[in-house]
Ligand binder design. Sequence first.
Ligand SMILES: CC(C)(COP(=O)(O)OP(=O)(O)OC[C@H]1O[C@@H](n2cnc3c(N)ncnc32)[C@H](O)[C@@H]1OP(=O)(O)O)[C@@H](O)C(=O)NCCC(=O)NCCS
Length: 174
Amino acid sequence: MSSIKLREFRTNDWEAVHRYASLDEVCKYQPWGPNSVADSKAYVDDILFASKQTPRTRFAYAITKNNSVIGACEVNLRNAQEKIGELSYILNPEWWGNGIATEVGKMLLLFSFKDLGLHRVIGTCDERNIASSRVMEKIGMKKEGLLENHLLIRDGWRNSLRYSLTYEEWASAN
Ligand SMILES: CC(C)(COP(=O)(O)OP(=O)(O)OC[C@H]1O[C@@H](n2cnc3c(N)ncnc32)[C@H](O)[C@@H]1OP(=O)(O)O)[C@@H](O)C(=O)NCCC(=O)NCCS
């Protein structure tokens, strides 16, 4: 049985976050980072603040293995009327290549559709981010298209692949 668990963040988790969020390879395709200590502390503080909002729209969780934080994942409510949420995930590179993000992605879909009652879950990644696009494909999301010049990152405007899955598609496959 897998020992991967998701839990709410705690203030001191910034240290575990910083161990990966300060690395170039982790934020290569992201608009943020590499993080300073202050950045990693602010990231956890923002998550804690968002977790207390009513209604809550940001559901960010620490990914733990054997009680250690090895990454983070989120579902963000993008459109309450149309019940659309966006998922994302990040892992400490020490744990890459073990199927963990795929397992977490499946947990996020279950949470989105069963707990949040969403109609559609979307996800985007840099078109060069093969690992992330594979994760979305492996959890059953469908590639919808390419968003050109979607996000400004360190090496310029990033083209993003957009993936999507509706509740009906997910339910018929699970
Ligand atoms: C994306 C990320 C979470 C994947 O985590 P992971 O636990 O290693 O992912 P998994 O092991 O579940 O699956 C990765 C898949 O990508 C494949 N993959 C990884 N790197 C690859 C590469 N360079 N070329 C081709 N395939 C690659 C793996 O082989 C695997 O697919 P497979 O099972 O079909 O072989 C991790 O790489 C990460 O944290 N990256 C930095 C943050 C990030 O990009 N997050 C996504 C934001 S959109």
